[in-house]
Design a protein. Structure first.
Length: 200
């Protein structure tokens, strides 16, 4: 990142830190020199997150946990992201600063009905660049899970080399450096037409 981009990022961070999100929105993220406003999660989004974290915690090593949405900052890249769920050592969370993405073993995103490109394209580009080795996307719109891992390079930039796309009901096995963990998607909720801003 050049000096101009660093200045822009610092300005965006300062703006974000002093900005109160309007009703219906949550804390913004930063990527590609932009402040990205995110709508507040739907209840089924939050239910998905809770069911997944409850599944993961008993499978994880001691002092490694599944945490809810947390600022994850890579100032060198000019990116601040907030994964819906992340798995990392508890010691990494014992800080006043945003989380260092290099501490994250797994990031999980639950697709938003309003902006699915953020999970499938933008974060699938940012997370390997930030060094997050495993990325799972859960999509309550169509009931699918997409698991990406093994950071390599594509067109000169970091990218996940492996991708597995499965329907809900098929367990997803996440093979990480800290062990193999399974997410059972059978009981994860699907969005309703109202969630997706459609007529019932």
């Amino acid at each position: 990142m050049n000096s101009t981009e660093q200045i822009v990022y610092r300005q965006l961070r300062e703006l974000r830190d002093h900005f109160t999100p309007p009703p219906g929105f949550t804390w913004s993220e930063i990527s590609d020199g932009k402040l990205l406003m995110m709508m507040s999660p739907r209840p089924r989004h939050q239910l998905t997150a809770k069911r997944v974290t409850r599944q993961l915690d008993p499978q994880l090593p001691d002092d490694v946990f599944a945490f809810g949405a947390t600022d994850t900052d890579d100032a060198g890249l000019g990116k601040l992201r907030i994964p819906d769920i992340l798995v990392c050592p508890s010691a990494a969370m014992d800080t006043d600063a945003p989380l260092d993405p290099r501490e994250i073993v797994l990031a999980i995103e639950i697709v938003s009905p309003s902006n699915p490109d953020n999970e499938y394209e933008d974060k699938a580009r940012d997370y390997p660049a930030m060094g997050i080795p495993h990325y799972l996307i859960l999509d309550p719109r169509d009931g699918t899970a997409t698991y990406q891992w093994a950071i390599g390079r594509t067109e000169g930039r970091p990218a996940y080399e492996n991708r597995l796309h499965l329907p809900y009901g098929t367990p997803v096995t996440l093979s990480t450096a800290l062990g193999d963990w399974t997410v059972d998607t059978t009981d994860l909720p699907r969005y309703s037409p109202k969630d997706m801003f459609q007529q019932p």
